[in-house]
Ligand binder design. Structure first.
Ligand SMILES: N#CCCn1cc(-c2nc(Nc3ccc(C4CCNCC4)cc3)nc3c2CCN3)cn1
Length: 308
């Protein structure tokens, strides 16, 4: 049999890697922007006859060198996460001269939750939204067993594999919680998605599985709002803060209203039990928030009620 054109190479720092040859990666169209890079649809077509498979390729933005290290960490993170509710790692592609590299992943045809819910809201019922929520919960539970904190859990980073399967993606901000602490503190907050952030993340740049639970509550809100642009978290929070507040003080205002117990209102037609779950995730004190396994059980219980 001809040598497979997808090489398996053992590189010292990243364990086994599957190498895709750049010359066989045929660009097709843009798919989106993530942390540290843009994602493109490509066909990996070594035979050159359009029979090759479609893949999603995340290219590193070449300009900021510091992110090459972060990008390698993202590749490493995804390569060890092999789980049905997490987007599948396929390998890497080094550009000529190994100046830059790309991350090759499975292509999920329906795009992000935002694309999908916005254009399919009519035939996605409550039970299906709960199914997606339980899958995200299981994915986050798996992450937690490996001591990974995602730090960017949001509907834009949840991809739809089929009408009944979603997967967590974009591990560009994912960090490992050190063995001797229950949280990870970042130095520079960067351009952070603060409207998905727990109070301790806004105030102290402190991230943990419990801050991921807060973000999960925001994803629940996005799910039951069908990712409607008018009830997107940023818009709801800015309406409460006041749209004329200067950008550098928004995080202070947001921390204040959360401290004063303001929370996003229930989405239209959202079942009361689901809104109660969101409120649990948004407990100010992170120790009062549920864990992902407990959340998963509660979601499945509500699914049973919805079934009847
Ligand atoms: N996460 C994250 C943020 C970065 N990001 C990741 C992807 C991604 N998209 C897809 N698939 C995909 C994406 C969009 C469409 C359409 C939507 C309507 N408009 C036209 C395009 C279709 C299918 N599959 C993937 C990935 C990563 C792994 N597999 C896209 N952005």
């Amino acid at each position: 049999v001809a040598q497979s054109p997808v090489w398996r190479a053992l590189s010292p720092d990243q364990g086994e890697q599957t190498l895709f040859e750049e010359r066989h990666l045929r660009y097709i169209s843009p798919l989106g922007k993530g942390n540290f890079g843009s994602v493109e649809l490509c066909r990996y077509d070594p035979l050159g006859d359009n029979t090759g498979e479609m893949v999603a390729v995340k290219k590193l933005q070449p300009n900021k060198l510091s992110t090459l290290e972060d990008f390698k960490k993202e590749v490493k993170t995804l390569s060890v996460l092999d789980y049905e509710y997490i987007v599948k790692y396929k390998g890497v592609c080094y550009s000529t001269g190994r100046l830059s590299m790309s991350l090759v992943m499975e292509y999920l045809p329906y795009g992000s939750l935002i694309n999908y819910l916005d254009s399919n809201r009519l035939h996605v019922n409550t039970w299906r939204l709960l199914l997606f929520a339980s899958q995200i919960c299981k994915g986050m539970e798996h992450l937690q067993t490996l001591r990974y904190v995602h730090r960017d859990l949001a509907a834009r980073n949840i991809l739809v594999a089929s009408e009944s399967l979603v997967k967590i993606a974009d591990f560009g901000l994912t960090k490992i919680v050190p063995f001797d602490k229950e949280y990870y503190r970042v130095s520079q907050p960067g351009d952070s998605p603060i409207f998905w952030y727990a109070p301790e993340s806004i105030n102290e740049s402190r991230f943990s599985h419990k801050s991921d639970v807060w973000s999960f509550g925001v994803v629940l809100h996005e799910l039951f709002s069908y990712c409607d642009i008018n009830s997107n978290p940023k818009r709801l929070c800015m309406r409460e803060i006041g749209n004329n507040v200067q950008s550098q003080s928004i995080s202070m205002y947001l921390a204040n209203i959360l401290k004063n117990n303001w929370r996003m209102p229930a989405p239209p037609n959202c079942p009361a039990k689901v809104y109660s779950l969101m409120k649990l995730c948004w407990a100010y004190d992170f120790e009062e928030r549920p864990c992902f396994s407990g959340l998963g059980n509660q979601i499945e219980a509500i699914m049973q009620d919805e079934r009847e």
